[in-house]
Design a protein around this ligand. Structure first.
Ligand code: PEP
Length: 346
């Protein structure tokens, strides 16, 4: 019988276990806080960035928006020329990416021309991130509502500005007529324009007559009817953000173009209508673009007209020829870009 033996608990494995447990525990704790911190920082950046591009979106695809190259100005005009491209519902992602590359490499844009490309909504991030910065990006339509909400399938002007758009086309004849859907009324087009301007966009407001209307001599009546609701709701300040795109419907996508004299006559009538129904100041400042099968081959003559301040171009804006329109503004003969052979895009 002896003494009680001290207990012989073997502390070795326990100590060994605790020695490997603590580093693992601290490593786990460190990783947990690291992941938490990364989440907090990304949420803060996401919420505070004013738009996608400010959040660094433009660099995530490895594509950057190049600056483009400014050319010398053409002959100074009363109003800065505005050339808009309307890609309509065209192009796969890859095809439109190729178009961006083509325009990025297309050479200088004269200094007194403002250029904007309106692509399908789904490709706006592509253009916003990779198109040269001397070409603005725009939508082809936007909602009439003031902002976001339960409007299934709609694009708000807030979506457009969030993606870096500065322009939108409203009232294109294809939307006014509808393509298998109800068309847009003159009141709706005006209300959309007001909403877009209130949300920070500039608007190319398209108007124009059908073939039968021109033939029966009511071209200006039709244009006036389309402009009247706009004149009712826009302020003088709003008008600074509007360009009127006169697009005879019979000339859109048909290869038929109004002759320069015909187009000038209607542009002059439109300017006079604006002078009488809005104000002489707005009439003197507002840019009136011509649209309807405009291309490099006819742009020079059209753009030489005193009341034609630019163009809205559909088919040709999908091709390199778009740059022939851009450089088709009046130029001194001595100007290198005035010489078609030197342009290199024809
Ligand atoms: C247009 O879509 O606005 C347009 C003018 O088209 P196109 O140049 O193809 O006639």
């Amino acid at each position: 019988m002896g003494q009680r033996q001290p207990s012989t608990i073997d502390a070795g494995p326990f100590l060994k276990g605790s020695l490997s447990f603590f580093p693992l525990f601290f490593l786990f704790l460190f990783l947990f806080f690291f992941v938490f911190l990364v989440h907090v920082v990304s949420v803060v950046l996401h919420l505070t960035g004013p738009n996608l591009y400010a959040r660094g979106f433009k660099d995530t695809e490895g594509i950057k928006r190049p600056a483009g190259s400014a050319g010398p100005p053409g002959i100074p005009a009363e109003r800065k020329y505005l050339i808009g491209g309307n890609w309509k519902c065209n192009g796969t992602y890859g095809e439109n990416m190729d178009r961006v590359t083509m325009f990025n490499d297309a050479g200088p844009i004269p200094a007194n021309v403002e250029v904007v490309l309106c692509c399908p909504d789904v490709h706006l991030p592509l253009l916003g991130s990779s198109l040269r910065t001397d070409i603005a990006v725009g939508g082809q339509n936007c909602g009439v509502g003031a902002g976001f909400g339960a409007y299934t399938g709609e694009t708000s002007s807030l979506h457009l500005t969030d993606l870096g758009c500065t322009w939108v086309i409203i009232g294109h004849s294809e939307r006014r007529d509808g393509f298998g859907m109800a068309g847009e009324t003159v009141e709706l087009c005006a209300a959309k324009t007001k909403a877009a301007i209130d949300n920070g966009l500039s608007v190319m407001f398209a108007i124009g007559e059908h073939k039968e209307e021109r033939e029966s001599g009511v071209t200006m009546d039709v244009c006036a009817k389309q402009l009247a609701p706009l004149a009712k709701i826009l302020t003088a300040e709003d008008w600074a953000k509007v360009a009127i795109a006169y697009e005879p419907v019979w000339a859109i996508g048909t290869g038929l173009t109004a002759t320069p004299a015909m187009a000038q006559e209607t542009h002059k009538d439109i300017r006079e209508w604006v002078s009488a129904n809005v104000s002489p100041d707005v009439a003197a400042a507002v840019r009136i673009q011509y649209g309807g099968s405009m291309k490099g081959a006819n742009a020079i003559e059209l753009l030489a007209q005193p009341d034609i301040d630019g163009g809205l171009i559909g088919g040709a804006s999908l091709k390199a020829d778009f740059f022939n329109v851009i450089t088709g503004i009046p130029m001194l003969e001595s100007h290198p870009l005035a010489n078609k052979k030197l342009r290199g895009w024809l």
